[in-house]
Write a protein that binds this ligand. Structure first.
Ligand code: HEC
Length: 146
């Protein structure tokens, strides 16, 4: 009886809903952002002309960002507003539909960035970088402390 109830509970609660270990979730998402920004920063440097434009290098790194983007949302389970040092604002979980919509916008634009970059058009790649960066900022402005 108890085992059945437990099994039902496990089935009913999707993995993303449970913050069994908030500290691990916080470490997971911050690590994912660290890997992402490692690849994202060189794109910004090329766009700003601090390093020479290299379409192949841009494409390779944009593909990594696009691969990482869909891994982020699961790093924000309810209850992971605390448990370790975090800049995630509590509003994420009170406005979760909006937060996940902003994450989906980022996933969409970063996927488009990888695709446009692979197409080889520098001007289009630059424009799509800007659109993608706006989705980072839109979310940080609302949901990331400082
Ligand atoms: C849908 C929301 C959202 C989007 C989109 C988003 N971020 Fe963030 N980002 C956050 C939140 C929330 C945190 C704080 C995480 C924490 O401290 O637990 C964060 C943290 C970070 C960090 C710090 C990680 C650390 O080690 O503490 C970096 C760097 C970062 N984001 C870069 C980016 C970049 C670059 C993009 C776009 C290419 C991006 N983010 C897109 C919400 C977002």
């Amino acid at each position: 009886m108890l085992r059945t109830a437990l099994a039902c509970l496990l089935l009913a609660v999707p993995a993303a809903q449970a913050a069994a270990d908030p500290a691990a979730a916080i470490e997971y998402r911050q690590s994912a952002y660290t890997v992402m920004v490692w690849n994202w920063a060189p794109l910004g440097a090329m766009v700003r002309g601090r390093t020479p434009w290299d379409q192949a290098e841009f494409t390779r790194r944009a593909q990594r960002v696009a691969t990482l983007a869909p891994m982020l949302l699961e790093g924000f389970p309810p209850g992971s507003d605390k448990g370790a040092d975090t800049d995630a604002k509590g509003e994420i979980w009170s406005n979760y539909a909006d937060f996940s919509a902003k994450m989906q916008a980022f996933e969409r634009e970063s996927a488009a960035l990888a695709q446009v970059a692979a197409g080889g058009d520098e001007a289009a790649t630059r424009a799509q970088f800007g659109k993608t960066a706006e989705t980072c900022k839109a979310c940080h402005d609302a949901y990331k402390a400082d």
